[in-house]
Every structure is written in C-alpha cells, then in structure tokens.
Design a protein around this ligand. Structure first.
Ligand code: MN
Length: 344
C-alpha cells in the first residue's frame, strides 16, 4: 500500500516485551538493530527516540561520549534508509525525577532534569533532527498542596529557555497528557501547551505532539485538538493510537476502538495539507500482551493500513452531497452520509 505522500514513524518501545503494572514480560527483548531492520518492511521511514533509546546509560557518559554514541546510531539509521523524527528526554525513571523533572521541589533534581535535557539536544543534533518532544510525565502532583501551580509553569518555561539558549535551532513539541502517572499534570491539553510556548523566549519554537489517547483521557476529541494546533501552525507531530474510554493509557491500534473518531483525525490532517508540512505521522501503540512474539508487530502495520484506508475514505466522501447537507443544516442526513460511506 502506497504511503500517499505521508511519512510514518514509531519508536523502538512500540516493539516491546509486554510487561504491564501487574505482570512481567511475556516476549523476548529484541535488540535495537533488529528492530531497525523491521521499519521499512512494515512501511515506516521515521524513528522516534527517547534520549536513552539512542544512548543507553547516558547518565554514566560524558557529553563527548554521548555525541559519539549518537553519531554511531545516525550511521545505522542511514544504512537502513531511516530518519530520526524526534528525541524525547526521559525524565520519569531516574530517582532524581521521582518528584518531577523541571518542577521537582529539590533544586538539585531540577538541575539534573535541565542537564539531561541539554544532553538530549546533543543527541538530537547528532541524529540529524531539530525536534525535541516533551512528554512532561511527572510535571504535576499527587496532591494539590505539594507544589505551586503558578511557579511550576514558570519553572517549565525556564527549562525551555535554557534549552533554547543552549541551541539556536531546536524546536520543542510538547505532548500534553492530563494524568497518569500523576493525578493531575500541569500541561494537560493542546491549549495549555501552546499557551505555555507564549511565555518562553521564542514562541515560534514551541509546538505540540498530539496523542489521540491523551486527548481522549482529557475528555476531548483528538481531531479537534489537532484542528486547534493546525490553526496555530503548531502541529509538528502526532501520536496516533486509540483508547477505550477513561481508564489507563491504552495505546491501542489506531482506529481499533472508534473508527469514525480515527476517520476524523485523518480527515483534519489531510484537509489541511499535513503531508506537505514535513511532519511525520507518528504512532504510539502497544501490541496486546496476549500477542505471540512472531506476530507482535501487527499493531504497527495494521495502524498504518487503517490510516491509509481512512485517508481514501476521507478523499472519496461525496463533497457535493456533504456541502448540500451542511447548507440545508440537515446534520442527520450528513451523519448518515458519513456512516454509509464508512460502511462501504
Ligand atoms: Mn499513550
């Protein structure tokens, strides 16, 4: 199936061992190089990274060692004909990030988060991308009284300004999520992320990465979140997946829960020329824990196929009938037009 001008990406963590909070791994670990060889076969050209996906144990390495390791990874990407899409600082596993990264109450821990973010920039540059993704996992609270929400926002802004001063070319795409692991986070929605950018020294370098499941967890429609970001020219990547209601972040196959909701995400992207912006169609999806190892990449190829089939549906919806029904304010008629088209 042709990619229709879209470039698809996923992260190496999307081929995974199947552990969940209640049970251990159920599939063997697959070495990073073996994963890279899968990308093209599955129809993908972009690789998303956490900083330590590219440079494991980076906390034990000097800046020069980190750049050397990342440069070696870039060579491997080139050999496979792949591009790094973005690098995200992993600020939620180290003991110094227990109380948050940039918003920790401990100044030494905040400094660790900033130092780590600067090394993340070094890695991104070595991998040949200018895009940093911020999933602000622990920038929030379990109880309201533990942090000051106004000061927390200012601290995140300070961290971004420090990164912008360190490198004049990088851009930051904030990936909003309302909860999990925290009770509440400080940047829960697209609107918060874009508004936060306005407080930084260079708003033109702050955009968003919209994950479908995160928007759904915030009680919002992912396609409307994307439309909001597109209106600001801030939609720099997406994390397409699906989510069955308000529960843990499921990262299900794109369109697997609500095909029409997925259709509308594809539609808003395609209507506004997302394929021509240079941004990739990123996926963030997990194989079910029950999936056997030899078929544990189907969630990736299936999500891409569902995107492309919905793209065709979007492009072949009867535009004249649609316009007439909208003009007549016959939205019941419009609903059936869409449903009939999706049912085929
Ligand atoms: Mn997710």
């Amino acid at each position: 199936m042709d990619n229709q001008g879209y470039v698809f990406s996923f992260g190496p963590w999307n081929i995974h061992e199947g552990a969940d909070p209640f049970g251990p791994t159920v599939r063997e670990s697959i070495p990073f190089n073996t994963k890279l060889a899968e990308y093209k076969k599955l129809g993908f050209d972009g690789v998303q990274f956490h900083d330590d996906d590219a440079v494991p144990k980076m906390n034990d390495l000097s800046k020069d060692q980190i750049i050397a390791e990342a440069t070696a990874v870039k060579k491997k990407l080139d050999e496979h004909g792949l591009k790094a899409e973005f690098v995200a600082p992993r600020l939620w596993e180290d003991p110094r990030t227990i109380d948050g990264g940039y918003t920790s109450n401990d100044p030494a821990c905040r400094q660790y988060a900033i130092d780590r973010s600067l090394r993340c920039i070094d890695i991104a540059k070595a991998l040949g991308t200018d895009l940093i993704v911020f999933w602000l996992a622990r920038e929030g609270t379990y109880i309201r009284e533990s942090k000051d929400s106004r000061d927390a926002v200012k601290k995140i802004v300070e961290a971004i300004d420090t990164m912008f001063a360190y490198d004049k070319t990088i851009r930051i795409a904030i990936e909003p999520k309302p909860n999990e692991p925290m009770d509440h986070t400080y940047i829960p929605t697209t609107g918060h992320a874009i508004a936060l950018g306005m407080l930084t020294s260079d708003a033109s370098r702050v955009g968003v990465n919209i994950e479908s499941a995160h928007a759904i967890l915030a009680g919002l429609d992912p396609s409307d979140e994307m439309g909001f970001a597109l209106a600001y020219d801030k939609l720099w990547t997406v994390h397409l997946n699906d989510q069955n209601g308000l529960k843990f972040d499921q990262d299900k196959t794109f369109g697997a829960v609500d095909l029409r909701r997925a259709f509308n995400q594809v539609r808003i992207l395609d209507k506004h020329g997302y394929d021509k912006t240079g941004s990739m169609v990123g996926l963030d999806i997990k194989a079910m824990r029950s999936q056997k190892a030899d078929v544990a990449t189907k969630h990736l190829s299936n999500s891409r196929e569902i995107f492309l089939r919905l793209l065709e549906k979007s492009r072949t919806l009867d535009a004249k009938a649609e316009a007439q029904l909208i003009a007549a304010r016959d939205y019941e008629g419009l609903e059936m037009l869409v449903i009939n088209h999706l049912l085929g």
